[in-house]
Design a protein around this ligand. Structure first.
Ligand code: GLN
Length: 421
């Protein structure tokens, strides 16, 4: 029908060959938004025959730990619908936990795969920075962002990482390195695996029942033949402050393109160019995103760059060194994923710092560029909590092996939210 000229359309309408409604519907169907290109990871999946079911909700520009900053409103945690699913990839986590999909893609800048995995009772893996292409993902903090997977089991995560990981010349941070078969070593015995337990991950702020579940998981690993070693990551307490300088600094640069001209929301009837920029950005961005743009712009400004941004980068280097030192004597680092189970909607929105502390155990991994994984290890108040395993650079296979073996002798990953069949 779209081949017809207007003269031909008029003729057809007069002859009643078709109705005006049919012509309109035909054009509306053609107009329906089709993305002009796919992210590399989506393309990789399509090439492997994976079917994409749809898009999921998330915190605005991936900034948040509860899904509450989403422009669309938050999704609910299938385990307790008055509670958050975690964030920012809370929509993906809720969808998998509610059995709306067998697995989902997600992204993690400071914990956004592992924390929702913990809060929704799932397996979640953030690969090493550079293992997976970020091309086609909207950038939040480019030196920290990484795509990964939310699934029910470590075995499923391994199957999906095989297709997700690839070298991609379109992402200059993607590492040119062969992708091993992540399923190959899933059943390797854990005899002699050296697990480090950082004492800094068991301090103030950790819910006591969550700590007890992590302690029980340590016993499971001992029974599987692993040896447990106390390690120290002495700069852990600086991870959240350093992240909340670096991530906002990078997001303030990345989000400058959303100016109402090139990208994003555009305000109505601007008076002039300045009015267009100011109103488009004021109307389009939510409160948390604005807070971070302000913090980031401030931290990067000429007078404060050395005091904040450059200092945070030095701290980042020390945090990475902590891990490099620890991995001299252990293979995997183990601790809690998040300090407590899912919390009620609204309970942390008034206090950004309380929300930021949700990622106290996950953020350092992103600052160092290391792979991290969360698996369910018990229930607290009938809600799941997660066990985090952190690996050395490109040791995803080892992490998945350790997680899979745990899941062979425990059934936390098989528990489902009440009412979900
Ligand atoms: N919760 C952290 C933040 O708000 C991490 C988010 C993420 O990993 N995308 O920045």
């Amino acid at each position: 029908m779209h081949q017809f000229t207007i003269a031909e359309l008029v003729k057809g309408l007069r002859n009643k060959d078709f109705s005006s409604t049919e012509v309109t519907q035909h054009y509306l169907d053609r107009i329906a938004f089709i993305a002009p290109y796919n992210a590399t990871i989506v393309e990789n999946y399509l090439n492997s025959g994976v079917v994409m079911l749809g898009k999921t909700n998330m915190d605005e520009f991936a900034m948040g730990s509860s899904n509450e900053t989403s422009w669309y409103g938050p999704v609910k945690n299938p385990w307790a619908i008055d509670c958050v699913p975690g964030g920012s990839s809370g929509g993906s986590a809720a969808a998998v936990a509610a059995h709306l999909a067998p697995a989902a893609t997600a992204s993690d800048t400071g914990g956004s795969i592992r924390q929702p995995a913990a809060l929704c009772g799932l397996t979640g893996i953030k690969p090493t920075y550079g293992r997976v292409s970020r091309w086609g993902m909207i950038a939040f903090a480019s030196s920290l962002d990484q795509a990964g997977i939310l699934s029910r089991t470590a075995e499923d995560a391994a199957i999906l990482l095989n297709d997700m990981a690839s070298y991609d010349a379109k992402d200059s941070t993607c590492v040119e390195r062969d992708v091993p078969d992540y399923t190959a070593d899933l059943n390797k015995p854990l005899t002699g695996l050296r697990i480090g337990v950082p004492k800094e991950y068991f301090g103030e702020g950790l819910n006591s029942q969550t700590a007890a579940h992590v302690e029980s998981a340590i016993k499971v690993y001992e029974s599987l033949g692993a040896t447990i070693h106390s390690v120290s990551l002495p700069h852990t307490h600086l991870a959240v402050p350093a992240y909340y300088v670096i991530a906002p600094a990078e997001c303030s640069a990345n989000l400058s393109r959303f100016d109402g001209v090139r990208y994003g929301h555009r305000c109505e009837n601007p008076k002039d160019l300045n009015d267009l920029y100011m109103r488009s950005r004021s109307e389009g961005f939510g409160a948390e995103v604005k807070r971070r743009i302000l913090v980031g712009t401030y931290a990067l400004s000429a007078g404060y760059y050395d005091a904040y941004y450059s200092k945070a980068q030095k701290i980042r280097r020390l945090i990475k060194q902590d891990f490099v030192d620890a991995f001299q004597s252990v293979d995997v680092i183990l601790g809690p994923t998040s300090p407590s189970p899912a919390f009620q909607f609204g309970s942390k929105t008034k206090d950004p710092v309380a929300m930021y502390l949700e990622d106290i155990y996950t953020i350092a991994t992103n600052l160092a560029g290391l792979p991290g994984l969360s698996i369910p290890c018990g229930l607290v108040d009938n809600k799941p909590v997660g066990l985090q395993l952190i690996g050395n650079f490109f040791a995803e296979g080892q992490l998945l092996n350790a997680a899979h073996m745990f899941q062979q002798v425990t059934n936390f990953h098989q528990q489902t939210a009440p009412g979900i069949e």
